[in-house]
Design a protein around this ligand. Sequence first.
Ligand code: ATP
Ligand code: MG
Length: 430
Amino acid sequence: MAIMIKAIRGMHDVLPTESAAWRYIERTFRQLMDSYGYGEMRMPVVEKAALFVRTVGEATDIVEKEMYNFVDRNDERLCLRPEGTAGCVRAGIENGLLQRSGPQRVWYCGPMFRRERPQKGRYRQFHQFGVETFGMAGPEIDAELLLLTARLWKMLGINGLELQINSLGTVAARARYRQQLVAYFNGYLEQLDSDSQRRLKTNPLRILDSKNPSMQAVIDGAPKLCDCLDDESEKDFSRLCALLDAAGVAYSVNPRLVRGLDYYEKLVFDWVGTIGAQSTVCAGGRYDGLVSQLGGPVTPAAGFALGIERLLALLDEEKLAALKPVSDAYLVLAGEAAREHGLVLAESVRDTLPELRLRVNCGDGSFKSQLKRADRSGASLALILGEDELAEARITVKYLRQERQQQTIPQTALTALLREEICNHVQERG
Ligand code: ATP
Ligand code: MG
C-alpha cells in the first residue's frame, strides 16, 4: 500500500460535521458587521515578508520565529501572513481607500499562519475575524469596537468572557517608559531567564508578559506603564472607561497587558476566557502610527482580531448539536422506475422550496439500509417512493424524529407538507 501523506502538524481539516459550527459563527459575524455598517476586505494570504518585519516588529515572537518565510523564484522574500492588520493597511493605502476623506470601517476573515508549538487552542494555520477602523481618533470608535464584540458574545450565547483593557501611551511615552524599565531590570539581571535577558535589549516590554513563575516577583516590582502615561492617552483612557460604564460593559484594567505586536499604542484590550492557558479569544487596540509607517497619510486607526478556533471552543454543546443535521428530508427509492422518477420529483421540490435540505438516495440499497442512511443524515422525514406509490402518483412520509403514524399522500401535496412540517419551522441553519 502507498505511504500516506499527512497534513502538516498544527494545520487542520474541518469536516462536514464540524463546518456547521464554523458557518454559524461566520454568518453571525457577517450579520454583526452589516448591522454596524462595516465593509468586507479580502486580502491575499501571501505578502512580502518586509511588510510584517516593518510593522509587527523585528524583535517580536511572530517575526523572530513564527513566520512561514520563503524565497520566490524571483528572489523576493515572501511569507504566509501571520496576521491581518498589516495587509489590510497595505491594501487600504495601495487602493487609495485611506487617502480618501472620511472614516473607513472594514472587516476580514481568513487563515493566518504562525509556526508555533501546536497545542490546544494554538495552531499553525488558524483563522481570524479581523476588524479595522481608520480615520477616527478614539475613544468613541474604541468603545464601538468593544460594544460590537460584547454584542457578538451575546448573539453567540457565550458568557464568561472578561474584558481587560490597558493604555500603552503614545509612542513617545512608551519610549520613556522603556528606558525606566531597562534601568530597573538591569538591576535584577541574574533573576531574568535567558529569553528575558535577550528581550531586555530588543523588546523589554515583552518581559512583563513572561509566564515564568520565578520571575513574577521581579516583574511585580517593575515600574508601571500607567505611571508614565502622557496626558492625551490618560484622558482618552478615562473617557473610554466612562463610555463603557455608560453602555454597561464590564471591564477590568490590567496594567500588565501588552501586545506581542509593535504597532499598538494607547488603548489595548483582550477578551479573556476563564479556563485554559490559550484563553485570549480576541485582542486589539489602537495603532495610530501604522498607516504612515507604511507610507500612507497620518491616520488614526484601531482594530482587533478574534481567533475563530478559540471562539468555537466556547460554543455551547447544545447549540452545536442543534446545528449538526445536514438534511431535512431523505428520499428513499425502491425499484428502477422509482429511481428515475425520484430524481425528477426532487428537482421539482427544490424548485419550489429552495431552503429545504433534501437528500436523494443514490445507488443501491435495500429499503432497510436506505432508511438507516435517512436516519444518519439527520433528516426528520423519510420520503418513500416504492412501486406502489409510483403507480398511484403518491409518496409515503415517515416521521423519523416523532412518534407519529406514517402517511401516504398524493405527490402533488408533497411540497405543501414539506413547507408545513419543515420550512415554516426553520429558524437557524448551520
Ligand atoms: P497569544 O497570546 O495567545 O499567543 P497573540 O497575542 O499572539 O495570542 P494576536 O496576534 O493578538 O494573538 O491574535 C489575536 C487572536 O488570534 C488571539 O487572541 C487568538 O484568539 C488568536 N490566535 C493567535 N495565535 C493563534 C494560534 N497560533 N492558534 C489559534 N489562535 C490564535
Ligand atoms: Mg502569540
